[in-house]
Design a protein around this ligand. Structure first.
Ligand SMILES: NC(=O)c1ccc[n+]([C@@H]2O[C@H](COP(=O)([O-])OP(=O)(O)OC[C@H]3O[C@@H](n4cnc5c(N)ncnc54)[C@H](OP(=O)(O)O)[C@@H]3O)[C@@H](O)[C@H]2O)c1
Length: 258
């Protein structure tokens, strides 16, 4: 429990499992009340009940598809109806699609762009004016360690280039909003053991290459607990043997379906 954060309110997207669930738990452990969002209601409700019981905070489960503007508006409105405020936004929902570019299904581009980029920008736009009015707020965006690679890792270029855009947007947003007392932090995780990476056979075959969510939880705890006049702009938490580094990634990395 953290006295300064106790009773604050956070929205966490993509919080039914994986990194988002871990970060919702981290926020709850600091005494923060939550509105958690994901598309599938069942697992979301289970997560809400589990976190509320364990950390004795209020957790609202709001089914939401971040690709839909009306769902984002509903998420913000329901959170404000229940809690009257939004202090923290942890923008985390994400999907993956790994293919050699020429084989990537064309419909995946729109899904990736709406989930991993536009959903983030739209949700920030929907909460930002209240944060400006309150002269405080914290926005945490889940970027990706793959944005540290140039050129981007093969078979990830659409996913990763959208994350590069998100990273650039986040940094620009901080400079634009810092006079309003709003913090914007990008988290750049390495390859983490979640459903999102579970199907990458070259990456997951050697499990010592995968991180647990623990380092990401610590990074977010740090971002939320630094003094008011400090903003960690970017925190990269990369596993020592991240498979994105050139010598480890096979020359012909295949999609799992191959
Ligand atoms: N795992 C990694 O190695 C890694 C590395 C770097 C960055 N990241 C980033 O970290 C974030 C979380 O990834 P993860 O590994 O925890 O993935 P995950 O285990 O697959 O979980 C994804 C979460 O997002 C939700 N979600 C997916 N699409 C959504 C949508 N359209 N609207 C609302 N919620 C949606 C999912 O629930 P529903 O399916 O029910 O909607 C789920 O709760 C992503 O932004 C990802 O790009 C992950």
């Amino acid at each position: 429990m953290n006295e300064q954060l106790k009773g604050k309110v956070a929205i966490v997207t993509g919080a039914s499992r994986g990194i988002g669930k871990a970060l919702a738990s981290t926020a709850a452990s600091l005494g923060i009340n939550l509105a958690i969002a994901a598309r599938q209601e069942g697992p979301l409700k289970e997560t809400a009940e589990e976190i509320a019981k364990k950390y004795k905070v209020t957790v609202l489960a709001i089914p939401c598809d971040v690709t839909k503007l009306e769902d984002l508006e509903n998420l913000v409105n329901k959170t404000k109806e229940k809690f009257g405020r939004i202090d923290i936004l942890i923008n985390n929902a994400g999907v993956s699609s790994q293919y050699p570019f020429q084989e990537q299904p064309i419909e995946d581009f729109e899904r990736l762009a709406h989930t991993n980029y536009l959903g983030y920008v739209r949700l920030i736009r929907l909460v930002i004016n209240d944060m400006i009015k309150n002269k405080s707020g914290a926005i945490i965006n889940m970027v990706s360690g793959s944005t540290l690679c140039d050129p981007l890792p093969r078979n990830f270029i659409v996913y990763s280039s959208l994350k590069v855009g998100l990273r650039a947007f986040s940094k620009g947003l901080f400079w634009e909003l810092r006079d309003h007392g709003i913090k914007v932090t990008s988290i750049l995780p390495g390859v983490t053991d979640t459903d999102l990476t579970g199907k990458l056979k070259e990456i997951t075959a050697d499990t010592s290459r995968l991180m647990t969510t623990e380092a990401i939880e610590n990074a977010v705890r740090f971002a939320l607990t630094v003094p008011q006049n400090v903003c960690p702009l970017e925190i990269a938490v990369i596993n020592q043997q991240t498979p994105w580094t050139a010598p480890v990634i096979p020359f012909k990395q295949q999609h799992p379906g191959k």
